[in-house]
Design a protein around this ligand. Structure first.
Ligand code: NDP
Length: 273
């Protein structure tokens, strides 16, 4: 198999756990690929995509804050990326650059038990309205009533307007949330799809935890929200590393065409996923 570079395009990206996971998987399967990070500002994103068209590169992941803008920079967009409006994976098909979204698969895999049942219940509040929130809402809509709260309300309104699955849409609600709002909405689970937690913030600061908590923040040290939820005996916790692992495995398969070695990738993470 011909190898090459895979890059993570984002800003910031230096904290990313993806290189360790992907490089361990490439090595375990003796693949001639290498994964590294490219810190790219919004202005530089088109140049980074021009680089992706050179033979040296076989693909990319796209992360904060570029997932929505990446859609316009590829030749073809897979159905799930079109439906969510967010691209997190770029791969080659023939001579064309294809944009895909493996976050949806990652979220579903991380939030279902071995018997294929969602651990989140049927009423879910998603905090955030960026690319990650779009993937979560798309994954949740077929099975749950979904509420979206975002700091910038116009962005939550755009998400609600753009995303429809089988006739179902989310409902935009005020940000930040509160005990009263969670009780009124009868929320079973809250998903943190904001960037809060990267620097020690708790997006549910001062709010009692619902039955289940998903924190998408994929960092080496557990976030305050995950720590608080783990200390609460009745709370189901889904850590961002679980979604990171499963979206990575699906991206790996797009670039290499071979099944991802999930256990190798899991062991390359700094904590249990
Ligand atoms: P975007 O930049 O597209 O969106 C960021 C979101 O965070 C927006 O809703 C933004 O609100 C909100 N936000 C940023 N700063 C604040 C703040 N100070 N207070 C309240 N809200 C804030 O990023 P993505 O959607 O791509 O990613 C969001 C997070 O999800 C990232 O931390 C990313 O690493 C994580 N993620 C994890 C994955 C995993 O596998 N575990 C997969 C995908 C993403 P506003 O619109 O008001 O700016």
């Amino acid at each position: 198999m011909s190898g090459g570079r895979v890059v993570l395009l984002g800003h910031p990206v230096s904290h990313s756990l993806s290189p360790a996971m992907h490089n361990a998987a490439f090595a375990a399967l003796d693949l001639p690929h290498h994964y590294d990070v490219l810190d790219v500002t919004v202005q530089d994103l088109p140049n980074a995509f021009a680089l992706l068209r050179t033979p040296e590169l076989v693909g990319a992941n796209v992360t904060v804050p570029h997932k929505e803008s990446a859609r316009a920079l590829v030749d073809d967009v897979e159905p799930v990326a079109r439906a969510t409006g967010a691209v997190n994976t770029v791969f080659r098909r023939g001579g064309r650059l294809v944009g895909d979204n493996t976050d949806v698969h990652g979220f579903i895999a991380a939030t279902h038990d071995e018997r294929g049942r969602s651990v989140l219940g049927t009423r879910v509040l998603v905090l955030g309205a960026g690319g990650a929130a779009r993937a979560c809402v798309h994954a949740l809509l077929p099975h749950a009533d979904v509420f979206v709260a975002n700091r910038t309300p116009e962005r939550a309104a755009a998400l609600v307007r753009d995303l429809e699955v089988d006739g179902a849409r989310a409902t935009a609600v005020p940000y930040p949330t509160s005990d009263a709002a969670l009780a009124e909405l009868r929320v079973d689970a809250v998903v943190n799809a904001t960037t809060l937690g990267l620097h020690g913030e708790d997006p549910l600061d001062g709010v009692s935890l619902p039955r289940a908590v998903v924190d998408l923040i994929p960092v080496a040290t557990e976030t305050p929200l995950v720590g608080r939820a783990r200390r609460s005996p009745d709370t189901i916790v889904v850590d961002g590393l679980a979604m990171l692992l499963h979206q990575a495995a699906a991206s790996f398969e797009r670039w290499t065409g071979v099944p991802a070695p999930l256990d190798v990738m899991r062991r390359a993470l700094p904590r249990r996923a």
